[in-house]
Design a protein around this ligand. Structure first.
Ligand code: ZN
Ligand code: ZN
Length: 168
């Protein structure tokens, strides 16, 4: 059985220095981070330009991500985008990536890295998100919490003891 060729691999071995090839590549990317997740097709419009000693990939990518508010845990979907600028070489220097044996370019690792970088570490649903009450879990954006003088008299505290009795 032959392994399916990645949709992110683009042939470039036939290009002479100075020539370029434009492609739109599309493939599935899955990423799970604290700030959000991606489980969607990523589309990248890329121009490959042959250099004397490699291939330059330059383009823009777009995808849909689900972001998770750092304070209130609300989730929302948004369209995201990123830039690709990467040199591929047969013998890569520290900024370069490895050309495939047939001279083609594998965009997958670059796209994966850019998607990960584009997801904020601590997204906020809005800049003044008030978050959740640390005691009762009330979403303080939608409901005021009257405050807790004694945590033990709250129904959530009793529930927490039931679920985890040794943590008292
Ligand atoms: Zn929020
Ligand atoms: Zn509360």
């Amino acid at each position: 059985m032959k392994l399916e060729r990645s949709p992110f691999i683009v042939a470039a071995g036939d290009l002479s220095p100075g020539e370029h090839r434009d492609r739109t590549v599309r493939g599935h990317v899955e990423v799970e981070l604290d700030g959000g997740r991606v489980d969607d097709d990523v589309e990248v419009i890329v121009r490959l330009t042959a250099l004397a000693d490699g291939v330059l990939a330059k383009g823009t990518g777009s995808f849909r991500a689900t972001l998770i508010c750092h304070r209130c845990l609300t989730e929302w979907e948004g369209q995201r985008s990123f830039e690709v600028l990467q040199v591929y070489q047969a013998a890569p220097d520290e900024d370069g990536r490895q050309l495939e044996a047939d001279g083609s370019v594998d965009l997958e690792p670059v796209i994966h890295d850019e998607v990960v970088l584009d997801i904020p570490m601590a997204p906020l649903c809005r800049s003044d998100c008030r978050g959740l009450c640390a005691v009762c879990g009330t979403d303080l954006n939608t409901e005021p919490c009257s405050g807790h003088t004694d945590e033990s008299d709250h129904p959530f505290a009793a529930l927490r003891q039931l679920l985890d009795p040794q943590d008292t």
